[in-house]
Design a protein. Structure first.
Length: 768
C-alpha cells in the first residue's frame, strides 16, 4: 500500500478509537456535556462560548464583557478565543453539542499531529499510531476533559505540529514547513491559553538547542535558527490582533507585573506523583474515590501505561543516541514541572522573562510525556525490526519483577489498611500531604485513622491492578520471544487498551439543563438589567442571563477593581486576587450597583435584596483630585463622604466647580457590549459618573456635527467619569483598545504576506 494511503488508514483508526470513546455523548444531542459539573466548562466556558459567539452571530465582536466584574475586557482575556477558527461550531450548533464537538475534534487532531510528528521522524505507521494513542489517552491530556479545560486542550493539539515543523526545518529549511509552523503557532495563540503557548515556546527553544547540538552540519545552524525565528515571529505577527489586545488588557489586570512568588509556586508537580507514570490512581481518582494527593489530579498525572513505559526503556537500549536526546528533553521538562520542589524555581521566577506571570509549572508534564510517547514509538519500531530470538533477555524478567513488586506492595498496603501491620508510616505520609497545604480535601481527613486505612486499601488495589498489567505485558513479550512477530500486535493492543481504559475511567458528563436552574433563570429574567447581582453559586451565568454580576470566575480581573472589592471585604488592596472571599456588605458596594446577593445553601439557592444603589450614569457637581490611589479609598470611607454628591478623581479635570441648584438630566442607551450612547444636559460644570469598571481602552466622542472628544477619567478608585461643560452633550462611549486596532492591521498585513508566500510556494511546486 502506498505511504499516503497507509497513513490515511491509520489516521482513520485514530478517528475510530476517539469516536468510540465519545460515541454515546455525540449522539446525545448536546444535553450531556463532557466534563465534570463542578469544573471549568460548567463554571466558565459554557457561558463564555454562549456569550462570545452569541454576540458574534449578531455581528458584534465583543471586546468588552459588561456582565462580569462590573465590566472587564473579553477578547483581550485570551480564553474567549473569539478569533480561533476551529471554534466555528459555536456559530451553528447548540452550545452543549458545540462543546462536545470542540473537545472530540481537538482530541482527534492531537492524535493526527502526533502521528505526523512520529512519521516525520521516520517511524513506521504502526509505531506512529501507538505514539498518537498514548498521548491522546495519557494522564497529561485526557483528564483535562474532566477538568473542562477547553483552551488547554486546544493549545495542546498544535504542539506536535510545531515540533514537526521544527524537525523539518532542521532537515531542510524550506518554505513549506516554515509556513506550516507559522500556522500552528498562530492557531495555538488564538486557541486561548497563553501559559501553554509560553511553555511551548520555552520547550521549543530547548528542543532547538538540542537538535542543533546533536545534529551537526556546517550550514544547518543559521538556516535552522532563521526558520525557527520565522515560525514564532510569523505566528506572533499573524495573531497580533489577539496578542496586543491581550497584552493591553493584562497590563491593567490582577496579574500585571507578575504574580507573587507563593502564587507562582502553586500547582508544581509533587515529586511523589512521578509514580503516576505507571500507577495513575495511586492517590485517588476523579470518579470513584476522592483524589487526596497534592495539587489537582489533571495537573499531576503522567500516566502513559506500563506497556508504553516498557517500550520507552527498550528504546534506550536499541535506539540509544536519539533516545538519549529525547530522554534528556523529557527530564528537563520534568524538572520545570517540579517547580518549587527544585532549587531552580527561584532562578526561573527571578530571571526567566515571562515566567513570573504564571502559576502551575506542572503543565510542563505534557511536554515530558510528548517526548516519552515519541520514545515509546521508537521502542516499538526497534522491536518490530528485531529478529526473532535476538531480543534482550531482560525485558520479560523485568516485567515479571515489576509484577512481583506490585504484589508485595499490594499485600503490604492491604495489611496496613486492615490493621495487621502498623499504619504509622502511611499516616506520616498523609500528615506530610496535609502540612504542605497543597491538597484540596478537608485537612481533618488526613488526621483521621479511618481515612488512612481507606487510602491504604485503595493503594493496595492500585498495586494489584498494576501487577496484573505487568504480568499480561510480560506474557505478550514472552510470546514475541518464543512464538514470533505476531505477538507484537498483542503488545500494541495491551499498551493501547491500558491507556484507553484509564481515559474511560476519567470521562464524565453533566446534564446541561441542570446548569441553568429554571427558578433562578426566571428570577433573574425579571430583574432590572441596569442593576447587578453577586452570584456566589455560579457567577458566570450572568453571560447567559445577561444580568450583570459584580464578580466572576476568570483570571482576567482589573487590578484596581479587584483592589476596590478586596477593600470592601476588609482585606488590604494588595491582597486582591481573582479569588475573593465575600464576607460582608459594605456601603461602597453601592457603586457597583449591587442589588441582590445569591447564596448557595444546603436547602437551595437563597436571594438577599440589598438597599438603594447608584445608577449607571449620574451627574455629580462636586469633585476632588487625589493623585495617590491609596488615599482615595481612605477618603471614600470618611463619614462625610457622599457617593451621590462627590467624585474622587486621580487627575485634574481642568474644570472649575460652581454652585449648581438645577439637577440636569442624563440618559443612556446600550448599543452593544462595547458601546453606550449617552445624552446629558447640564446647567453647570459636572462629572458624569459611570458605574462601570474603568479601563484605558474607553474612548468618548461627541455624536453629531462636531468631532470633539471627551476625557474618560478614573473615578472613585475603579470606575469612570467624563467631565462635562455646561450645555447639551450627546456622547458615544466606546471600548476601543489601541492594542486591538493596531494588532488588527499588523495581523492583516501579516496575513497578506503569508498568503503571498503560500501562493508563491504553490506556484513553485506546481511548475517544478
Amino acid at each position: 500500500m502506498p505511504g499516503k494511503e497507509r497513513d490515511l488508514v491509520w489516521v482513520f483508526f485514530i478517528f475510530c478509537l476517539v469516536f468510540a470513546m465519545f460515541f454515546d455523548v455525540l449522539i446525545s444531542g448536546g444535553t450531556r456535556v463532557l466534563s465534570s459539573p463542578f469544573t471549568d466548562i460548567a463554571s466558565q466556558f459554557l457561558y463564555f462560548r454562549d456569550f462570545g459567539f452569541g454576540e458574534l452571530k449578531r455581528g458584534n465582536l465583543a471586546l468588552w464583557n459588561p456582565y462580569l466584574f462590573s465590566g472587564v475586557p473579553f477578547l483581550g482575556g485570551f480564553q474567549s478565543a473569539l478569533l480561533y477558527p476551529l471554534n466555528f461550531p459555536y456559530l451553528f450548533l447548540p452550545i452543549g453539542y458545540a462543546i462536545n464537538c470542540d473537545i472530540v475534534l481537538h482530541v482527534f487532531l492531537l492524535g493526527v499531529f502526533m502521528y505526523a510528528w512520529a512519521r516525520g521522524r521516520d517511524l513506521h505507521a504502526i509505531p506512529s499510531f501507538l505514539s498518537a494513542i498514548l498521548i491522546v489517552f495519557s494522564g497529561v491530556h485526557f483528564p483535562h476533559i474532566y477538568a473542562g479545560h477547553l483552551p488547554n486542550l486546544c493549545v495542546m493539539t498544535w504542539v506536535p505540529l510545531i515540533f514537526l515543523s521544527l524537525d523539518k526545518i532542521l532537515a531542510k529549511a524550506n518554505l513549506k514547513w516554515i509556513l506550516i509552523g507559522i500556522f500552528a503557532v498562530t492557531m495555538a495563540v488564538l486557541a486561548g491559553h497563553p501559559q501553554y503557548v509560553y511553555y511551548t515556546f520555552l520547550t521549543a527553544c530547548i528542543y532547538g538547542v538540542f537538535m542543533l547540538l546533536f545534529t551537526p552540519s556546517p550550514s544547518r545552524p543559521i538556516l535552522f535558527l532563521s526558520g525557527f525565528f520565522m515560525v514564532f515571529i510569523g505566528g506572533a505577527l499573524l495573531s497580533s490582533v489577539q496578542l496586543l489586545a491581550g497584552m493591553e488588557a493584562s497590563r491593567e489586570g490582577i496579574r500585571a507585573g507578575g504574580v507573587p512568588y507563593a502564587f507562582a509556586a502553586m500547582f508544581s508537580l509533587p515529586p511523589e506523583n512521578i509514580f503516576t507514570l505507571i500507577f495513575p490512581n495511586l492517590f485517588g481518582d476523579v470518579l470513584f474515590h476522592p483524589y487526596w494527593g497534592r495539587t489537582y489530579y489533571w495537573e499531576a498525572n503522567l500516566f502513559i501505561g506500563i506497556g508504553g513505559l516498557t517500550l520507552v526503556l527498550y528504546a534506550f537500549f536499541k535506539v540509544k543516541r536519539e533516545a538519549y536526546i529525547l530522554g534528556a528533553l523529557a527530564f528537563i521538562t520534568l524538572l520545570f514541572a517540579l517547580g518549587v520542589h527544585t532549587p531552580l524555581f527561584p532562578l526561573f521566577y527571578q530571571y526567566l522573562p515571562g515566567f513570573h506571570h504564571f502559576r502551575g509549572t506542572a503543565k510542563f508534564i505534557f511536554f515530558a510525556d510528548l517526548f516519552l510517547c515519541l520514545l515509546a514509538g521508537m521502542g516499538l519500531q526497534a522491536l518490530l525490526r528485531e529478529e526473532r530470538g535476538k531480543i534482550e533477555k531482560w525485558v520479560v524478567p523485568l516485567l515479571l519483577g515489576g509484577a512481583f513488586m506490585c504484589v508485595l506492595a499490594s499485600g503490604l498496603f492491604y495489611l496496613m489498611g486492615g490493621g495487621l501491620l502498623p499504619l504509622r508510616p502511611w499516616q506520616a505520609f498523609l500528615a506530610f500531604i496535609e502540612k504542605s497545604g497543597e491538597s484540596y480535601l478537608p485537612q481533618a481527613l488526613y488526621r483521621d485513622r479511618q481515612f488512612a486505612a481507606f487510602t491504604s486499601s485503595l493503594a493496595a488495589f492500585q498495586f494489584l491492578v498494576s501487577s496484573i498489567v505487568f504480568f499480561l505485558t510480560a506474557l505478550a513479550w514472552w510470546g514475541w520471544v518464543k512464538k514470533g512477530k505476531k505477538y507484537v500486535y498483542l503488545i500494541i493492543f495491551l499498551a493501547s487498551l491500558e491507556v484507553m481504559v484509564f481515559a474511560g475511567m476519567t470521562r464524565m458528563t453533566f446534564d446541561l439543563p441542570s446548569n441553568l436552574p429554571p427558578g433562578l433563570v426566571k428570577f433573574l429574567s425579571g430583574l432590572n438589567k441596569e442593576e447587578r447581582v453577586l452570584n456566589l453559586w455560579r457567577p458566570n451565568i450572568a453571560l447567559t442571563t445577561r444580568v450583570p454580576d459584580i464578580w466572576g470566575y476568570d483570571p482576567v480581573v482589573s487590578r484596581r477593581y479587584g483592589e476596590f472589592i478586596a477593600f470592601t471585604q476588609g482585606y488590604e488592596p494588595a491582597q486582591a486576587s481573582q479569588y475573593m472571599s465575600f464576607n460582608r456588605y459594605h456601603p461602597l458596594l453601592k457603586l457597583t450597583r449591587l442589588r441582590y446577593i445569591i447564596l448557595p445553601t444546603p436547602e437551595g439557592i437563597k436571594v438577599h435584596e440589598m438597599g438603594e444603589v447608584m445608577p449607571r450614569g449620574a451627574l455629580i457637581y462636586r469633585w476632588k483630585s487625589v493623585p495617590v490611589p491609596e488615599d482615595i479609598l481612605k477618603e471614600m470611607v470618611k463619614p462625610d463622604f457622599d457617593l451621590k454628591g462627590m467624585v474622587i478623581l486621580e487627575e485634574d479635570p481642568f474644570m472649575t466647580m460652581e454652585i449648581c441648584n438645577a439637577p440636569g438630566s442624563v440618559s443612556w442607551k446600550e448599543v452593544d457590549t462595547d458601546t453606550l450612547l449617552i445624552e446629558a444636559s447640564v446647567p453647570c460644570p459636572a462629572m458624569l459618573l459611570i458605574t462601570d469598571s474603568y479601563a484605558r481602552g474607553w474612548r468618548a466622542s461627541s455624536v453629531g456635527q462636531s468631532s470633539s472628544t471627551y476625557r474618560v477619567l478614573r473615578a472613585d478608585y475603579a470606575f469612570m467619569a467624563i467631565p462635562l461643560s455646561p450645555g447639551y452633550h450627546k456622547i458615544k462611549l466606546e471600548y476601543a483598545p489601541r492594542g486591538f486596532f493596531v494588532g488588527r492591521w499588523i495581523s492583516l498585513a501579516g496575513l497578506i504576506f503569508y498568503l503571498m508566500a503560500l501562493g508563491y510556494g504553490v506556484i513553485r511546486c506546481h511548475f517544478r
